[in-house]
Design a binder for this molecule. Structure first.
Ligand SMILES: [Zn+2]
Length: 223
């Protein structure tokens, strides 16, 4: 089979991080969460990493072309010769264009963009129900409640709602997501690369759907 270059799209709380890690194991492809590979490039002092570091130290946003450079450094390694799974980038249409240009330079292209479809209400329910203790143990009022309400099972510290998990903050993140990502969804749809997955189902069910989707993709390629 030729290479499988996947992009994961979806709102916060859509479960794409979980599925990305499962895909990494299933497909034996490297999983690149953009924040992680950016920090790794800075730590390793690669050429683009050094450039990224200057922006980060000034507290500035790292420009798209620098992030694309960091991704390019990883993709151009042996570890990614059969493909890769990219999560967290692109988030906007210009970023998708920049990524396509870089992939073109490397004689590669996106195989599919997998969109995790989850309603805003479901995201608010998932993230808004999270409770965290000062030591970072995470519970959920519905899906994973602690034995004693408001107390961490592991360390006995009080559980709180993190600022990031407050409903108004989540709604704000979702508004930003929709504003920036909807053009991006259209971008991949226009190129026939968009694959939608119902992300509201249980994680195991979502995994099965993605496997089926990738099997179809493979068959289409072999035709
Ligand atoms: Zn705890």
């Amino acid at each position: 089979m030729s290479e499988l270059n996947l992009i994961l799209l979806g709102p916060p709380g859509s479960g794409k991080g979980t599925q990305g890690e499962r895909l990494q194991e299933d497909l034996r492809l490297p999983y690149y969460a953009t924040g992680d590979i950016l920090r790794a490039a800075v730590r390793e002092g690669t050429e683009v990493g050094t450039e990224a570091k200057e922006y980060m130290e000034r507290g500035d946003l790292v420009p798209d072309d620098v992030i694309v450079g960091v991704i390019g450094e990883r993709i151009d390694k042996k570890e990614a010769e059969d493909g890769f799974i990219l999560d967290g980038f692109p988030r906007t249409e210009p970023q998708a264009e920049a990524l396509d240009a870089k992939l073109g330079e490397l004689r590669r292209e996106v195989s599919a963009a997998v969109l995790f479809d989850v309603s805003d209400d479901e995201v608010v329910r998932r993230l808004g129900g999270r409770r965290t203790c000062p030591n970072g143990h995470i519970f959920h009022v519905e899906s994973d409640p602690p034995e004693k309400e408001g107390v961490c099972d592991v360390c006995g510290e009080p559980l709180e709602t993190r600022d990031d998990d407050r409903p108004e903050v989540i709604r704000n993140r979702l508004d930003q997501y929709h504003a920036k990502t909807e053009p991006l969804i259209a971008y991949y749809e226009d190129r026939g690369l968009l694959k939608r997955v119902d992300g509201s189902q249980a994680a195991d069910e979502v995994s099965i759907r993605i496997r089926a989707l990738l099997a179809t993709l493979k068959m289409e390629e072999e035709l």
